[in-house]
Ligand binder design. Sequence first.
Ligand code: FE2
Length: 472
Amino acid sequence: MSIVSGTRTDQRLGFADQTEEVRVAELAVSGAVPAWLSGGLVRVTPAQMDFEHRSVTHWFDGLAMLNRFGFDGGAVSYASRFLDTDARRAALASGGRSIDGFATDPCRSLFQRVQSTFSPDLTDNANVNLTRLGDEYLAMTETPIPVRFDPETLATLGHDEGAAAFGQITTAHPHHDPVTGELVNFAAQLGRRSEYRVYARRSTADSRTLATMPVREPAYMHSFAITPRFAVLLENPLVVNPLKLALSGKAFIHNYRWKPERGVRIHAFNRATGALHRSWTADPFFVFHTINAFEDGGDLVVDLCAHPDASVIDLLNLDGLRAGTNAPQDPRPLRLTLPLTGGPVASRPLADVDFELPRIDYRRRNGHDYRYAYGVSSAGSAFLKRLVKLDVADGTYATWDEPSRWAGEPVFVPRPGAEGEDDGVVLSVVLDAEAGRSFLLVLDAGTFEEIARAQAPHHIPFGFHGQFFSGR
Ligand SMILES: [Fe+2]
């Protein structure tokens, strides 16, 4: 609707609105989807950016839509549905004037959002990631107002109000602890005295604080890492004065300042005692996504996708993405080695390839030594485009790429009874810009070759993250 002709044949289609909600019982499939694959790949994407009176100005602020590819005995179904949030109702009622998001400047002051822990001004537009907590399924953004949804019907079930106790800013990248069954996350509580809080939740009603740390200028942190012993926070040198955040009236991220002289400060908290084990400082970079972390002898190893600086946030402005003038930066997979008894940080690239939206076999390898990471690479094109399977042991990698196709986050699903780390499939929603619609790609994770694809009925806007939820 909002896009002009000529933009439908390349990546710009991925930033066009998709407001159609559909259910398709069986998609056309080529190849053979493994019969063992049972459940649904549910993803969340910003799907509506344009409103009667204005458009959002940043990709991160589009209204959240859920997409579900369901798998049953080799057949694939599809459904899409908006999250029915307060943010969506207000945006539709006000023609977009109400939107007050990550980087779209609000039409009103931000004062209340920081004054009150649970303010109606905090957006519930949970368009970043999904997770399971106990028996609940949650859509998340970086405010502590996850939205509960039904993973089969995609119906919105209301807010998860148990997350707001820990601060006003949190991450959409919690970690499952396979031992305790808890979901571990952290938040920043902003105020005259600000602090970071690492917390764990067993259910929407059962949570506890694991560790706290006072902080004068909180950093923007999109994700963190865990090992069995540690929770590891990586403070980007992109920091905010909490009082300015309260009073400026600017969009959230526009209050943060890039201070490369700080370097990246890394803090390892002992998850059992809450004590700060040690802090280190690395040369400056900007990180959205950690890949994994683990202990190796006397070292703590943290792998992540490092951008040269925080200008990547501005490069994701919607106008530039829609015009095709915003080339993404060049994030590199980086390994930090942190001596647990103190000493300088060693850092080295894991491979000579750009790499973002990383995934591993989190169920079995999160917090442990591992070999394979899956991600998306732009390889010099206008946006993230081709899929990459990276062998972190030797830096070699395999790719999947086709002309005019733009792949999204690759989600690894292990085969039942899998023994090898890459015994399973990789699922990715791919935009076919020529055909003007998307498809679900199934790769053999071992060979990284296509085994099937299922055609979606329409284009699915580019999104951030999704999860595979096993059949019930
Ligand atoms: Fe993310």
